[in-house]
Design a binder for this molecule. Structure first.
Ligand code: AG3
Length: 275
């Protein structure tokens, strides 16, 4: 029997993957979690029928959500990741000489699935600089003032448990939790399917932070493949940073040149974020 998994990428588009094996399914307190072995992309983590990562292309998203804000900051010591229980973003953050990297994911089952099925991502949790908490990131961030140098919001789509992670109150709390040179980044979906969301997040962030920048990366297993990230910065202009010649560790997508290039936006995306 042929086994396929399909994600509804929009109301009218389904992306289907041929599956070798269903490795795990469970209903957590927050969402349905599944791990599939796909033919084309290797292991895949799925939450509420939405692809979160695959072994073949996870490096793009995780490198870009981590290295762009960290190199924009220049010398971050304390980093917070909200969401990202799979550990992929944490692994990339720990390539930098940071002192503390904290991860707060609401769903401990995602962390557990990472331990059982994604050892390549899970390595990060063993680093002594990493601290993992299973709680609501929205409540967590409210308790900090002037503490984190970089805050990364590695969330699911803006439905279900993640809706609050796309709201302006949350961005204000993030602003307060950041140090004076602090930088924040959030994944903001595809410009082909989530134009409204990108516009809203960009405007919200630019009302709170002195500098806002949008950048892109190509993630083949996310809807539209072309993905966006919105960065808010308190002091450093993300378009005018001095980047090192080399990043100093191994990457597969990120490089200082790609960093500069990803901030150059095609006209149709500029149009989306135009005031
Ligand atoms: N978080 C962003 C996933 C968004 C994917 N959206 C979709 N497939 N419709 C990824 C978590 C990986 N750390």
């Amino acid at each position: 029997m042929e086994l396929w998994f399909s994600e509804m990428q929009s109301e009218n588009i389904k992306m289907s993957y041929r599956i070798k094996n269903v490795l795990h399914t469970e209903k957590t307190k927050f969402q349905n979690l599944a791990v599939y072995e796909t033919e084309e992309f290797g292991r895949m983590l799925v939450l509420d029928d939405v692809v979160q990562l695959t072994m073949k292309d996870e490096f793009v998203y995780h490198e870009m959500i981590a290295h762009v804000p960290l190199f924009t900051h220049g010398n971050p010591e304390r980093v917070l990741i909200i969401g990202g229980g799979d550990g992929g973003t944490l692994r990339e953050v720990l390539k930098h000489p940071v002192k503390e990297a904290h991860l707060v994911d609401i769903d401990e089952k995602v962390i557990e699935a990472s331990k059982n099925f994604f050892p390549e991502l899970n390595v990060a949790f063993k680093d002594p600089r990493a601290k993992v908490l299973c709680e609501d990131g929205i409540a967590y961030v409210k308790r900090f003032k002037n503490y984190y140098d970089v805050i990364i919001v590695d969330s699911t789509d803006p439905v279900g448990p993640a809706v609050g992670l796309f709201r302006s109150d949350f961005y204000r709390d993030i602003f307060n939790a950041l140090t004076e040179k602090g930088i924040f980044v959030a994944q903001t979906e595809s410009p082909f399917f989530y134009e409204g969301l990108i516009k809203e997040v960009y405007n919200c962030v630019s009302e709170i932070f002195p500098y806002t920048a949008l950048y892109t990366a190509v993630v083949p297993t996310y809807p539209g493949a072309l993905w966006t990230f919105v960065m808010g910065s308190k002091q450093v202009d993300p378009h005018k940073v001095d980047l090192p010649q080399e990043c100093g560790f191994k990457t597969k997508y990120y490089s200082p040149k790609v960093h500069r290039a990803c901030l150059q936006l095609p006209p149709f995306i500029k149009e989306i974020i135009k005031k």
